[in-house]
Design a protein around this ligand. Structure first.
Ligand SMILES: Cc1ncc(COP(=O)(O)O)c(C=O)c1O
Length: 385
């Protein structure tokens, strides 16, 4: 199986697996216990916290470990909105956010919070002028993701952070897809909150974190013991947190060694090769900075789901839209917000490459995919005829 669905989730890196197996055996203590086993588990959690903060360029910030990116996004939006009801009742979120942000905003709207959706252009970048005009004295938070999970577009977060600071509004960025893959310095970006997830970079599923600028106050979602500075009750997932750190370190080592360039090179080879071999192929989100391993393309005249199934039979795993919305027949809200026509949205496929992708796999894809597309297109035409 050629796995090209890294944006949905990535295989566990050997470094993370090894660390987790060791921690599951050795560091089984409750990080809140006072005895040796507890202190050992606490040390693992605190080391990972410090490592994440260093990677985000803010050793003095706070990290709240969560059950993943979804919880981090919910904690950011609901936590800020509920802690700031005295100050205001207005949020601005981009229209291409992950559903973890969009649906959290929707649920806040049911609590009486006003939500403005920030439009994007045809390349997937947010409209900064619209953002300037949308901020009111009652705006408490702007939430714009760093890199988009479907098309890979990297948003101008430094410019957004600057606008937020000038206007006295908090800025949250969902860094789930970019963390470990692209430089993400919370202070340079002017981000007050950043969501992270382990399983997109070769760590375990079910672990993530929310970064908070030092001193920022938010309301917790989960109540119980005083874990995570009373911002997220529940016994810490020590092995998962250690696995997240190991995956991050491996990802950062790769970046230092230029391996992010390797993944980008493979993505470009796939993109160019498909353009040469498949007529009428449209690459979505072109012409802007993109995640190195992401390629979203529309195979016009095909149903994305049909292609996905045909690729799967040929041993290639890809995605239509984001993994979280696959299984439902809903159109991709990201491609719709970018103004793509319905036929292009319908025929869109996301290829996402990562740490384990090889040149041979890309070569194989370039052999296997064009005849499949031709066959699916021919079948669609004969059905219509
Ligand atoms: C941009 C983005 N945010 C949030 C999430 C949710 O993260 P998790 O799967 O860790 O809950 C995802 C996962 O697809 C994502 O791509």
């Amino acid at each position: 199986m050629i796995y090209l669905d890294y944006n949905a989730t990535s295989p566990l890196r050997p470094e993370a697996r090894q660390r987790m197996l060791h921690l599951l055996e050795e560091a089984f203590g409750n990080a809140s216990s006072l005895h040796q086993k507890g202190r050992q588990a606490r040390a693992v959690v605190e080391e990972a916290r410090a490592r994440l903060l260093a990677a985000l360029g803010d050793p003095r910030g706070q990290i709240v470990f969560t059950s993943g990116g979804t919880e981090a996004d919910n904690l950011a939006l609901k936590g800020v909105a509920r802690a700031n009801r005295q100050k205001g009742d207005h949020l601005i979120v981009s229209s291409v956010e992950h559903h973890a942000v969009l649906h959290a905003a929707q649920s806040l709207a049911e609590e009486g919070i006003r939500v403005t959706l920030l439009p994007v252009d045809h390349r997937g970048l947010v409209d900064l002028q619209f953002l300037q005009g949308a901020i009111t004295p009652k705006t408490v938070l702007i939430s714009v993701m760093h890199a988009n999970n479907e098309v890979g577009a990297v948003q101008p977060i430094e410019a957004i952070g600057r606008i937020a600071r000038e206007r006295g509004v908090l800025f949250h960025t969902d860094g789930v897809q970019s963390f470990g893959k692209l430089p993400l310095d919370a202070r340079e970006a002017g981000a007050d909150l950043v969501s992270l997830s382990a399983h997109k970079i070769g760590g375990p599923k079910g672990v993530g974190a929310l970064y908070l600028r030092q001193g920022l106050r938010i309301a917790p979602l989960i109540h119980g013991g005083p874990h995570e500075h009373s911002l997220r009750a529940g016994t810490e997932n020590v092995a998962g947190i250690g696995g997240m750190q190991a995956a991050l370190e491996a990802a950062l080592d790769e970046r230092r060694d230029g391996a992010a360039g390797r993944v980008e090179g493979l993505r470009n080879r796939l993109e160019e090769g498909l353009k040469e071999r498949v007529p009428d192929l449209l690459v979505n989100g072109q012409g802007v900075p993109r995640l190195p391993g992401t390629l979203n393309a529309s195979f016009r005249g095909c149903h994305g789901e049909t292609l996905l199934m045909a690729f799967d039979l040929a041993g290639i795993a890809v995605s239509t839209g984001s993994a979280c919305s696959s299984g439902s027949t809903e159109q991709s809200h990201v491609l719709a917000a970018m103004g793509l026509e319905a036929s292009s949205i319908e025929g869109s496929i996301r290829f996402s490459l990562g740490w384990g992708t090889t040149g041979e796999e890309i070569g194989e894809c370039l052999e296997r995919i064009p005849p499949i597309v031709e066959r699916v297109r021919r079948a669609a035409v004969s059905r219509e005829g």
